[in-house]
Design a protein around this ligand. Sequence first.
Ligand code: NAD
Length: 261
Amino acid sequence: MFLKGKCALVTGSTSGIGLAYARAFAAEGANVVLSGFGDAAGIARTCEELAAASGGKAIHSPADLTRRSGVEEMMTLAADTFGGVDVLVNNAGMQHVAPIEEFPPEKWDAIIALNLTSAFDAARLAVPWMKAKGWGRIISTASAHSLTASPFKIAYVAAKHALAGYTKTLALELATCGVTVNCISPGYVWTPLVENQIPDTMKARNMTREQVINEVMLVRQPTRQFVLPEQVAAMALFLCRDEAAQITGANMSIDGGWTAE
Ligand code: NAD
């Protein structure tokens, strides 16, 4: 249990990839701060499950991370409970699919706030503790869309490309502090975020559900398979190990070969 006694905070971890990260960290003994929305009883059960797995504690922050004050509340809760955050995973994200003329400006603002600005604020507040301890891990869930684009996803693609730049910059700033900074770039992972974009993509491209799955999503991945949340989590766990201490500033693709094409 190599993360015993450490605190791992995963934004957007009440479902999908974030929950898989939380489970992977708890299995290695980490105290976990879950974040995100969902049914309170279900989240409480997840916290119990994580604490049982880690032998430590798991708590939940319900803060809305599209607001700077929400990120600050979440980081204060983590600091008050665990002293500080040792492993910060910037994972909360949302998507909106529409042509630019129909793209609501408020969706642009929300996506940039959640997918990008919350990562800036969380790191700003986590780094002093990591520097003081001489150890830390900052991992962001970017996307294949941090390296390549698709039409109708302007805010998401812009935010994910920016997260890749954030990763390189912070990695350089923290290179001598024992803190590594990396991002993971999955292709399509079957989660609520992907499932929920199918209806809008059907509309934007005039396609059936099966066509969207096969001709928009899986067509991008030469393996013709979705990535599994657990595969993404295994990469994050590896990035926390001492063996990964020299991996910093990297953008790790897990995309079935998408960005090799
Ligand atoms: P998901 O929809 O299953 O999970 C999103 C999480 O973010 C949930 O816990 C949700 O409650 C939380 N969240 C949403 N809005 C929030 C807000 N305002 N404040 C706080 N929390 C909020 O999605 P997922 O597919 O697991 O996505 C996780 C990350 O992975 C995202 O950054 C996404 O861009 C990225 N990603 C996903 C895929 C994919 O194919 N699913 C591919 C590449 C990258």
